[in-house]
Design a protein around this ligand. Sequence first.
Ligand code: PHB
Length: 390
Amino acid sequence: MKFPRLTTLVAATLLATAAATPALAQSSGKLKVGLMLPATGTFAALGTAIENGFKLYVAEQGGKLGGREIEFYNVDDESDPSKATDNMNKLIKRDNVDVVVGTVHSGVAMAMAKVAKDTGTMLIVPNAGANAVTGPMCGKNIYRSSFTNSQPGYAMGEALAKKGVKRVVTITWKYAAGDESVGGFKEAFEKGGGKVVEELAVPFPSVEFQALLTQIASIKPDAVYTFFAGGGAVKFVKDYAAAGLKNSIPLYGAGFLTDGTLDAQGDAAQGLQTTLHYADSLNTPKDNAFRLAYAKSYKQQPDVYAVQGYDAAQILGVGLAAAKGDIKNQDAFADAVRKATIDSPRGPFKMSKSHNPIQDFYLREVKGKENVVVGIASKGLVDPGRGCRM
Ligand code: PHB
């Protein structure tokens, strides 16, 4: 009778050890981070800046977050929503990553959030503002270090209404980010007494603006509000000036219009006013240190995307440290992130209940190669997280 009991005991001990080993390895071995970002196309430079920012923070922590060394796996998402599910599965199923960081494009991010929800994989979004990611798609494994699409637009809507601007035409790419940016603008602008008289759009990532610029010239609004970014923003700002509109119909936009783009836009961007959660002239100790470190490492100035990448790594660091390196402990991770103040180069922020930064939006103006702060357009904007149930 004793013998079988002993066997059972040994077997049980062995089983327990076997069960404990992977968990131990999981929270002490390398943490696999999948970077799903655009490396080609109109948003390629944005993807590079995010990756640079993320890696800068990791390097500042000695290559470790939450006590675990970081190992990177990359996939070029091409800003193509139709490839997003496959790309996400490559990282999760083939490379076995512990966490995915991505991406820039809202349509791609929505597909990523769906896979993250279905598989329980940790996802940190370092740019894409799709309202749904921190709305109906929200979860304790989904975080965003950037903004919600409606927010920069909302801030500009408030600013233009306050200026007494009355009739505005909007122009953007026809996809979630453009629609939601214009939606935020329209909500605040019309609440403040203005009127959006025409909403124009080209399909993403088209840069065929000519016909619509002719239409703007014939409508003669008081101002134009726009959302474009990356290569498309460079082309739009140059075309707007070349069409002779810059001095007759003031152009305003979400700050992506002039962020990371000023070298290429040159004179065409001078004087443009935009709203964003970052600017080049904050002159705070944190931002100065960040800009110096970034310039040293990458031989170029950071932009908003670099900041969002840096802060995505900070969020991962906060959550992982509280979870003692165990990324599967999502309750400890979420609890710590919700309580934390992230010491961002943009200014310190806390996360909303739906895991989006609560932050100020600056009114900026292009002077030379910088987006200089003019003032704060909207203070402490909170993502309403409509439809988010955690
Ligand atoms: C988006 O698709 O959500 C998006 C893309 C580029 C930006 C901002 C938002 O600069």
